[in-house]
Design a binder for this molecule. Sequence first.
Ligand code: CP
Ligand code: NVA
Length: 296
Amino acid sequence: MSFLSVADPGPEGLERLVESSIDLKRDPDRYRGMLAGKTVGLFFEKPSLRTWVSSTAATALLGAHPIPIHQETSGVGTREEPADVARVLDGYLDVLGMRVFEHSLLEELDAHMEAPVVNLLSDWEHPCQAVADLMAIAERRPLPGAVLAYVGDGNNVCHSLLLAGTMAGMEVRVGCPPGYRPQAGVVSRAREWGPVSIFDDPGAAVEGADAVYTDVWTSMGQEEETAERLAAFAGFTVDSALMDRADSEAVFMHCLPAHRGEEVTAEVLESPRSVVFDQAENRLHSFGALLVHLLT
Ligand code: CP
Ligand code: NVA
């Protein structure tokens, strides 16, 4: 089974994945060396710090061998047809993780491989991030019944949170400018699992929420739209006044990298409510747990 969308394992599979991610965090020695002899290809078309280093480190902890594959040297889709690349890599790898511009490239490789393909971020979803995020919330309170408010761009991170949050029994609210809403198909899929509301007003989205989440306004690959987006997202900065409308125990979340003064103020990012570095750490444990789920 591949992991192109956070919806792929289904609600019970996702719950097990979050539980084992927390277990791996608590007792890494129980998992050390568990995947000795396996190979994990890690392909990146875009920059990365967290995903790159955490997936490499998690692979190493499990005793498997991480193999970096760079687009500049491999030329997937430029030097060679993606379907041919898939059939070649299938002879070498037990898992292929890919960070791509277009989600369709993930689907194309997955269609031509037996080995599971893991989405390390595409223009459509960021499922590994969502597992780490559910972990961060679950470490603090039960997921069912919690309210997650996402403020900002209805992007890849937002899509995975809509699906993961509702699958885990949470209510998910999105506060975004009308031109930057999450895709309707993702919203309707999430609504099959739980309540989803879309607001034009960030304050209305955040009211009484247990977690307030934001991400950059300009994602990788959208750099030419930066000025237009800065204007469109005016008023959507997560600041202390906005956090004050959430529950008094609410946490602030961000997948990072963050742009202080744009989607979040430095004050909120550095506040005791901020769990962003826990989320980042959880990328290590959740990727390890995902590999164990895919390979054992
Ligand atoms: N959050 C996240 O995926 O970070 P990187 O882009 O640094 O991998
Ligand atoms: N939405 C961002 C997430 C980065 C981790 C992007 O795609 O660039």
